[in-house]
Design a protein around this ligand. Structure first.
Ligand code: CP
Ligand code: NVA
Length: 302
């Protein structure tokens, strides 16, 4: 039966770790100049209803490195943007392709696509989740800390798709996660409840300093995500005090590392100084999108 990659909580911690181990192997091989044509002759379509640099290019390069082909689909120049039902698109594309990656707004649209297609569907970001990004984030931490399960992670900022995905990751891997958001910007309550039922060690609050105290991994993201541009000014006010800066990192473990999925708004959620510091691992994190996605593609499509 086909398996999709829609949300981390559809996968067990062991399964996710297997994908991450494979990503490490693929990364090592790539660095040695070796690629394996695991997806020779296979085609992945990539549907983007929102902008992207990292996701689009890493999936496209990743498919090429695996011997396959990636096809960029712009809703504006396909019938998708003219209202053809997703269930029809899903059934038609299933007859041509071997997988679909989609970046869109509603998680339910990704689920609808998965329900009606015979080929694996990968979530390349929705308003609710960004699971491929989380895999890259976890690989970045694992490369530095073999004790990644016993570290303390904090999320400072918006309770958005990234925060929700971190909560799912905490549930899958059992590490401690502290989430600090301004009041009114908490993570999705269904995600919170689901993680609670799985026994996840996640705390929620409104004090970034408390969340950062002794933390090993500091994490943030933009204050206004794609689709929330009109709220930018209002959010800038609400998020004042939620910046990762020199004062905040002083609270953290001396060996802290900064993660940010990028793109970043320097001077808002993080200062330029911290983003450019030696303890910022954001460009390795961005690179790891390529390696983990190759592992996900291989797991689903090979
Ligand atoms: N982090 C991330 O998903 O970046 P893009 O929006 O550039 O794909
Ligand atoms: N939360 C951000 C992540 C971008 C990669 C957004 O959804 O725009």
């Amino acid at each position: 039966m086909k398996k999709d990659f829609l949300c981390l909580s559809d996968w067990s911690g062991e399964e996710l770790e297997e994908i991450l181990d494979f990503a490490r192997k693929l990364k090592t091989k790539r660095k040695q100049g070796e690629d394996h044509p695991l997806l020779a002759g296979k085609t992945l379509a990539m549907i983007f209803e929102k902008s992207s640099t990292r996701t689009r290019i890493s999936f496209e390069a990743g498919m090429y490195q695996l011997g396959g082909h990636a096809l960029f689909l712009d809703p504006g120049t396909t019938q998708i943007g003219r209202g053809e039902p997703l269930k029809d698109t899903a059934r038609v594309l299933s007859r041509y392709l071997d997988g679909i990656m989609i970046r869109t707004f509603a998680q339910k649209d990704v689920e609808e696509l998965a329900k009606w297609s015979d080929i694996p569907i990968i979530n390349g970001l929705t308003d609710r989740y960004h699971p491929c990004q989380l895999m890259a984030d976890l690989l970045t931490v694992m490369e530095r800390r073999t004790d990644f399960r016993s570290l303390t992670y904090c999320w400072i900022g918006d309770g958005n798709n990234m925060a929700n995905s971190w909560i799912n990751a905490a549930a899958a891997f059992g590490f401690e996660l502290r989430v600090a958001t301004p009041p009114g910007y908490e993570p999705d309550q269904e995600v919170v409840a689901h993680a609670g039922r799985r026994g996840a060690h996640v705390s929620y609050g409104h004090d970034p300093f408390q969340a950062a105290r002794g933390a090993h991994v500091l994490n943030t993201d933009v204050w206004a995500s794609m689709g929330q541009e009109s709220e930018q000014q209002e959010r800038q006010k609400a998020f004042a005090g939620f910046q990762i800066n020199r004062e905040l990192v002083r609270e953290a473990d001396p060996e802290w590392m900064l993660l940010h999925c990028l793109p970043a708004h320097r001077g808002e959620e993080v200062t330029d100084e911290i983003l450019e510091s030696k303890q910022s691992v954001v460009f390795d994190q961005a690179e790891n999108r390529l390696h983990v996605q190759k592992a996900i593609l291989s797991r689903l499509m090979a």
